[in-house]
Design a protein around this ligand. Structure first.
Ligand SMILES: CC(C)(COP(=O)(O)OP(=O)(O)OC[C@H]1O[C@@H](n2cnc3c(N)ncnc32)[C@H](O)[C@@H]1OP(=O)(O)O)[C@@H](O)C(=O)NCCC(=O)NCCS
Length: 181
């Protein structure tokens, strides 16, 4: 376990292979981080009243906050936070109890609330607000507060979703090398 990860109620973050967690980030409790994923400075991720899963090759950029909602009588599973593979989460995003698919770009400062479902291959514009339980359809750009479907993604943008994730895999490898020197 690194200095950035803490156990809560006996549950410690589980880290995949070749992950990078900045020393100023904090990851607490029931969190699974997939292979090749990265957590950048000042990220706060709290898997305390429910769990967090982050897939492979995803990056959570600086200052983002990741949290979950507890189970209630009305909602016995509560709201875990699930993030898929090859996801880019821009600086200072707030992800709360939502489900994000694969190859999604969450713009800087976006807020995604409990129960929202973001399907695969989507761009969420910077500063957008995704209301509770809102479902975003695959293949579109969404922007605004509250968020609205803006247009279909171009082929270039679809390609960029994976390129963005790959860029961050390479960048975290550089940081890992730097830290090992
Ligand atoms: C939405 C985005 C993808 C641009 O899409 P686009 O189709 O090229 O948009 P344009 O720049 O042509 O702007 C089109 C309109 O949307 C508006 N707009 C652009 N980005 C917006 C946003 N995030 N929220 C609300 N409106 C936005 C523009 O002001 C413009 O409005 P107008 O037609 O009234 O003048 C981009 O602005 C964005 O938010 N990217 C996210 C980047 C990011 O956070 N990356 C994180 C990793 S570092």
């Amino acid at each position: 376990m690194s200095d950035s990860t803490r156990t809560f109620k006996g549950k410690a973050p589980k880290l995949g292979l070749h992950t990078y967690i900045d020393t100023s980030a904090v990851m607490i409790g029931e969190i699974t981080l997939g292979n090749e994923s990265s957590i950048w400075p000042l990220v706060a991720a709290r898997g305390d009243v429910n769990h967090i899963v982050i897939g492979d090759r995803s990056n959570i950029q600086d200052g983002s906050v990741l949290h979950v909602s507890r189970a209630t009588d009305d909602n016995p599973k509560g709201h875990p936070l699930i993030i898929g593979n090859d996801v880019t989460v821009g600086h200072k995003a707030m992800l709360h109890g939502c489900h994000i698919g694969n190859r999604v770009l969450v713009g800087m400062g976006a807020i995604i609330l409990d129960g929202a479902i973001i399907h695969d291959d989507i761009i969420i514009g910077a500063g957008s607000l995704v209301p509770p339980s809102k479902v975003l359809e695959s293949g579109y750009l969404y922007i605004g507060s509250p968020i609205k479907k803006a247009r279909s993604l171009t082929e270039k943008e679809r390609t960029f979703l994976k390129v963005s994730a790959d860029n961050y895999v390479r960048l975290k490898d550089e940081y890992l090398r730097e830290a090992s020197q």
